[in-house]
Every structure is written in C-alpha cells, then in structure tokens.
Design a protein around this ligand. Sequence first.
Ligand code: GAR
Length: 233
Amino acid sequence: MHDASAPLPIVVLISGSGSNLQAIIDAAARKELSVEIRAVISNNPSAFGLERARRAGIPALALDHKAFPDRDVFDTALQTMIDRFEPALVVLAGFMRILGPGFVTHYLGRMLNIHPSLLPAFAGLDTHNRALEAGMREHGASVHFVTNELDGGPVIVQARVPILPDDNVKTLAQRVLVQEHHIYPVVIHWFAEGRLQLDQEHNQVVLDGTPLTSPVDYTDADNNPQTTYPDPQ
Ligand code: GAR
C-alpha cells in the first residue's frame, strides 16, 4: 500500500500528442497533485507526448508495437518495462492500443483510463464523430478504472460539454479535451491521497469509503480554454 504522504509513483502511457500528460505534469508542478512521474512510455515512437516528457525531465521511452509478433508478446514487454519503474498507478492518457487480459489483470485496481465520451455511450473509437452523427445534445469525457471490458470499467468521474449547432469533430474534440485536462489530474490526486479504490468483487468504484452509485460530475463550468495544450508548430 502506498504511503499517502509521499508522492505517488506513476507511469503514464501515451500514443499521441500527450496533452493529458501535459495537464498532469503541470498540475504536479503547481502542487495540485502529488505524483512522481517515473516514466512516460509510448507505443508510437514519434508521439509528441514523448517530447513533452523529455522537456519536463521525465524518462521518455518508446516501445513500438509494430516490432512485436503479437499482442501478448507486446503486452509482456510493456509490463516488464513499466514494472521496472515500480509505479503504484498506471495512467493511460491517450494510449491507443487494446491491452490483453493478462496485462489488465496485473494492474487491476491500479490502472486508469480517460475516454472521450460519456460512457457507457460511445465506447471505442471515433467518439466525437459518432456523437455528432447521433444528434446528441451533450457529450463529454470519462475517467474509469481499466478492467477487461473495453472502455467498460467502472467510471469515477465525468465532465459534460454541450454540442453546439455548428460543431464539427475538431471543435467538439477541443471542448472535450479542456474538460479532460481538468478531470484527469483530479482523479489521480484522489487516488494518490488514498481516497479512491476499485472494489473488484462488486466491480464498483469506492470513493472516501463509499461505493459510487453513479460517476461524480466534475464539469468545469468555465470551460477554461487556457488548458488546451496544442502541439507546438
Ligand atoms: C484524448 O481525447 C483521450 O481521451 C483519447 O485520446 C486523446 C488523447 O489526447 N483517448 C482515447 O480515445 C482512448 N481510447 P492527448 O494525447 O492529447 O492526451
């Protein structure tokens, strides 16, 4: 069990821009979040998030899934790489590979994911396009514990955004990302403080000793655009 007075050792997995990673790095720098990011690992060697990690002085490693014959071999190599850093929590932040049951079971209760929809709506890919196509009035993001059901683990927090009449995938994704950057550091902070657990028997989130009957709504009503973290040109 992690000593809540020490920074929580975490490893962050990414595949792309790493704007959620940046939000975590910045929240930690502002002391809103007591974590020690021991490593950032990407399956995509050209992910910009690796550069964000390097700039923050965090070990940045690539493990290209294309170099592995199948998912199991990749998962095993990834697990070995992660466990060298002995994290108390694995944070999936835009990690776009499906992880197999052995890997997920190994980190059960200590692995979080952020997903760009109001789960259980729009699990899987292409969430913004699908929300627009479905004529939804509202969309958002969810942070959940990772279980063996794809994007189906118990949801901890959600944040909502309206879908506006002239929205396209880009404008909607941007509005959702602002909320992602708001909620992910908060959930990691709760975990670091020892306030958050996965009750594996009941597949339920426990926050402050109480099972959640529905996700906590943590929408940032100001929708503060300063936290968009675009890739530098
Ligand atoms: C985020 O919108 C995240 O929710 C999504 O990828 C984006 C990564 O952005 N994740 C998934 O779709 C997972 N299935 P980022 O690299 O800028 O943090």
